[in-house]
Write a protein that binds this ligand. Structure first.
Ligand code: CP
Length: 306
């Protein structure tokens, strides 16, 4: 049966992830060649609802929809009736009544996209919900890995940073394990939630062990906006004892990819030299984001619902 919504990589079958990566890789190659316009979503309308700030995800979903020929509307939270107390469900029903085809939602509460999806006829895509999932980010990360390393199965992917608050870490863990990669993780104990080992992650007690032999090293942003408690003494100490620097990278495979979902706290999660260095694919991840979001929109809009 065709999929109505994309709410997380926990839900997707390995074959669906492979299909999105394959389609996204084709779009990325065409975008790099200078192509800009397609017609797969001609006549469709896409609304973006961002209840949290975003640069990359919102712009790339909107560009992806425009590139495929859709009409795109952004619901500005600052000026919408959300400010008058309208609920998420009522907002969704209102957009449904306008015959919107796809709603792309980012929300600070985990589960909000699933609530919306259960209420509206439109397709719903999760653009990041609280500390739960960020499926399009993990897909673009995997697309970048597949483009540069040729495969996902058998890779070792090291993820370091604020794992407790990271929807990116969770979505990557689900997706990478489904496609046969190893995932190692390292964070200060206070930023490492329980239970990720039961989901297939190798939890490490040092940066070096986490990065040892890795094909990909992914830094995660310290999410100061979600940290109510003091999880570490200072940013300077975080950078010194937990950050990814040139010494730590020596434990990875030569030429290992350095990834980061952005926005980066320069000099905290990664040194400036690594961010701007030859192993960094952080800017390239952004183009992967447009390409894989094109593939996601196309998958939902083109398949017939039974
Ligand atoms: N990676 C990511 O989600 O970035 P934005 O918050 O800028 O969308």
């Amino acid at each position: 049966m065709a999929r109505k919504d994309i709410l997380g990589l926990y839900d997707l079958e390995a074959g669906e992830i492979e299909a999105l990566l394959s389609d996204g890789l084709q779009y990325k190659a065409l975008l790099k060649r200078g192509e800009r316009q397609w017609s797969e979503l001609c006549g469709k309308s896409v609304v973006t609802l961002f209840y949290e700030n975003s640069t990359r995800t919102r712009c790339s979903f909107e560009l992806a929809a425009v590139r495929l020929g859709a009409h795109v509307v952004n619901l500005s939270m600052a000026t919408s009736s959300v400010q008058k107390g309208e609920t998420l469900v009522d907002t969704g029903k209102t957009l449904d009544a306008m015959k919107c085809d796809v709603m792309v939602i980012r929300h600070p509460t985990g589960g909000a996209p699933r609530l919306l999806a259960g209420t509206v006829k439109a397709h719903v895509i999760n653009a990041g919900d609280g500390m739960n999932e960020h499926p399009s980010q993990a897909l673009l990360d995997m697309l970048t890995m597949k483009e540069h390393l040729g495969r996902i199965a058998g890779l070792k992917v090291a993820i370091l940073g604020d794992i407790r608050h990271s929807r990116v870490a969770r979505s990557n863990l689900y997706g990478l394990k489904k496609l046969g990669a190893r995932v190692s993780m390292f964070a200060p104990r206070t930023l490492m939630p329980d239970g990720l080992d039961r989901m297939g992650a190798e939890i490490c007690t040092s940066r070096e062990a986490c990065v040892e032999g890795a094909d990909v090293v992914m830094g995660l942003r310290i999410q100061l906006e979600r940290q109510k408690a003091g999880y570490f003494p200072s940013l300077g100490e975080y950078a010194k004892y937990y950050g990814i620097d040139e010494n730590v990278m020596q434990y990875a495979k030569p030429g290992a990819l350095i990834l980061h979902p952005g926005p980066v706290n320069r000099g905290i999660e990664l040194t400036a030299g690594l961010i701007d260095g030859p192993q960094s694919h952080i800017e390239d991840q952004v183009l992967s984001g447009v390409a894989v979001r094109m593939a996601m929109l196309k998958m939902l809009c083109q398949e017939e619902r039974i």
